[in-house]
Write a protein that binds this ligand. Structure first.
Ligand code: SAH
Length: 356
């Protein structure tokens, strides 16, 4: 079959076994996959691999896409060393990836789609809708490219960039398997988090894989009425379906869930909201046993188009105190890279605006 640029698959999307099968059927020896896979995951294209025959490299490069997303812009925070990358994909689309440096290691935040169709009212990534899904290789390519460009180690991965990972389920799954492969970049599942807006079907399907990853659920409201008003996904899977799926997750994986709660001034941040949130979480999840419940509080990031504002510092602290008083652990997300506008799809939008 003659592959056109459009139908070509990305080499980085294949698992080790898939790559081995492709190479075997092209008449290559069995050891070839063991030569190529690790080097691909270090960011080399077949042509650059000195132990791979030219004809093998040519076969791979003719039939598949190799190479990494291209760095269109890179911004580095002078305050905390956060690096934000705007990557260009083969078809000209762009996504954002962030490298954050914490005391406990470096974390890369990857995008899973170009745009998003979930429609959360506070989020910049969804404003132009979903353009397309990323392939597993394009998700992995962000991690490899950041590692290569920054020269830094990558210890943790969070799927919290542009897009809803569970709305691109198969590619997310293939990415998770590949990023965990010891022959590749070998990041333990305990160092991987997947964030979802509450795609209950996706949570169940992912739970069935029993990966010991951390699930983050973006909750942002404590009642169906309020949640549906700011997150349209709640009309499809309401709080009761969402918590059913969370309990299923807990049962299947034994892993904790971290809840994200964005504070929006005048909307969801007084003490009564905190009390209602704690009551909801304890009722839905604790069931008598001491299951740890953790809420990550995020004062909303300003997005030009939404006009939403974060509450003042005092309100944020009071909200956390109220949760803690009711037995729910709460932390406030530290804003990293405040000088480079590192959050939430805003660089891609700014750039699109500049280009026309
Ligand atoms: N689609 C996934 C992952 C991407 S968003 C999800 O919804 O979880 C990562 C996190 O940033 C989510 O918790 C999301 O709700 C939050 N977020 C999006 N826009 C934001 C904004 N303007 N301010 C604060 N948090 C925001």
């Amino acid at each position: 079959m003659i592959e056109t640029e459009k139908t070509k698959k990305d080499l980085l999307s294949f698992s080790f076994d898939e790559l081995e099968k492709i190479l075997l059927s092209a008449g290559e020896p069995r050891y070839r996959a063991a030569q190529i896979f690790p080097q691909l995951h270090r960011g080399l294209s077949p042509r650059e691999m000195t132990n791979v025959p030219a004809k093998t490299a040519a076969f791979l490069e003719e039939n598949f896409n190799s190479g990494l997303p291209e760095t269109v812009r890179k911004l580095s925070s002078r305050i905390d060393g956060t690096q934000k990358y705007l990557f260009g994909l083969r078809d000209g689309n762009r996504v954002e990836t962030v490298l954050m440096k914490y005391r406990h290691g470096n974390t890369v935040c990857v995008s899973s789609q170009v745009g998003c169709r979930m429609g959360c009212v506070f989020c910049a990534s969804t404003i132009g809708g979903r353009v397309r899904d990323l392939s597993a290789g394009e998700i992995l390519g962000q991690v490899i490219a950041v590692r290569k460009e920054s020269g830094e180690r990558v210890d943790n991965i969070v799927m919290m960039g542009i897009g809803e990972p569970l709305d691109n389920f198969d590619n997310t799954l293939a990415f998770l398997r590949n990023v965990n492969d010891s022959r590749g970049i070998n990041i333990g599942f305990r160092h991987v988090s997947v964030s979802t807006c509450g795609h209950a079907d996706g949570i169940r399907r992912l739970a069935d894989e029993k990966f010991p990853i951390t699930l983050s659920v973006s909750l942002h409201a404590h009642s169906d009425a309020e949640r549906s008003a700011i997150m349209p996904v709640n009309k499809r899977w309401g709080l009761s379906e969402l918590f059913d799926a969370c309990r299923y997750w807990k049962e299947k994986t034994g892993r904790r869930i971290s809840f994200e709660y964005t504070l929006i001034k005048g909307k969801n941040c007084d003490r009564r909201d905190a009390a209602a949130l704690a009551a909801l979480l304890v009722t839905e999840l604790r069931d008598g046993e001491p299951y740890p419940i953790h809420v990550n509080i995020i004062p909303v990031n300003r997005v030009k188009e939404t006009g939403l504002e974060p509450p003042d510092r005092k309100t944020v602290m009071e909200f956390c105190d109220e949760l803690e008083r009711r037995g729910v652990r709460a932390t406030v997300r530290r804003t990293l890279g405040p000088d480079i506008n590192a959050s939430c799809g805003q660089l891609r939008r700014a750039e699109a605006g500049e280009n026309g």
